[in-house]
Design a protein around this ligand. Structure first.
Ligand code: GAR
Length: 189
């Protein structure tokens, strides 16, 4: 049995989509959804789907508490899904190439510190790009700079609103993130 931990800070549409994708899989399980935000909707939603949830403080992410928790649970893969704080080096080295993130643009474009959620989409619209998309990548010590695993692209129609752009990108995220996780976890036998 392969075990996945999802880290999320907010609404959790990706987290829930991933949970549902693996619900009937007998070899891969979402073992825990953990958040640095006690109020995060993702915690309530995951609970309703009978997934173990955990709130942790920023301190507990760096003082070894989370490292110990995820190690003792024998987690195989850590999946960031709208997780808004930096992963400490201790976790990155313990889970080498086993922490992945999804970013709502075609990295290296519109990435880096402060580039998350709506900030990314605002930056994309401001750049007048013809395309945007998603990037799934390994997490290293620098924001959004880990090795790219997968990208998918979509066209930005003229005069697209930020709401429509978010919708377009989210639908790519929902389509591809579970599949890429599936492939990756099977490759890491
Ligand atoms: C997603 O669009 C994800 O790509 C983004 O946060 C959103 C979370 O949405 N992540 C980042 O910006 C990371 N830099 P969700 O809570 O509905 O899954």
């Amino acid at each position: 049995m392969k075990k996945i931990c999802i880290l999320a800070s907010g609404n959790g549409s990706n987290a829930i989509n991933i949970i549902k994708y693996f619900q009937s899989n007998k070899n891969i399980r979402i073992s825990i959804v953990a958040s640095n935000n006690q109020e995060a909707k993702v915690l309530t939603k995951a609970n309703l789907l009978k997934i173990e949830t955990l709130y942790f403080s920023p301190e507990q992410l760096i003082n070894g508490f989370m490292l110990e928790k995820l190690t003792s649970m024998n987690i195989d893969l850590i999946v960031l899904a709208g997780f808004m704080i930096k992963i400490p080096n201790s976790l990155i080295s313990r889970f080498h190439n086993r922490i992945i993130n999804i970013h709502p643009s075609l990295l290296p474009l519109h990435g880096g510190k402060g580039m998350y959620g709506i900030n990314v989409h605002k930056s994309v619209l401001k750049s007048n790009s013809k395309y945007t998309g998603i990037t799934i990548h390994f997490v290293n010590q620098n924001y959004d700079e880990g090795k790219i695993i997968f990208q998918a692209k979509c066209k930005i129609k003229p005069k697209t609103s930020i709401k429509d752009l978010i919708k377009q990108v989210k639908s790519l995220e929902h389509k591809f993130y579970p599949k890429i996780i599936h492939t990756l976890i099977n490759e890491n036998n």
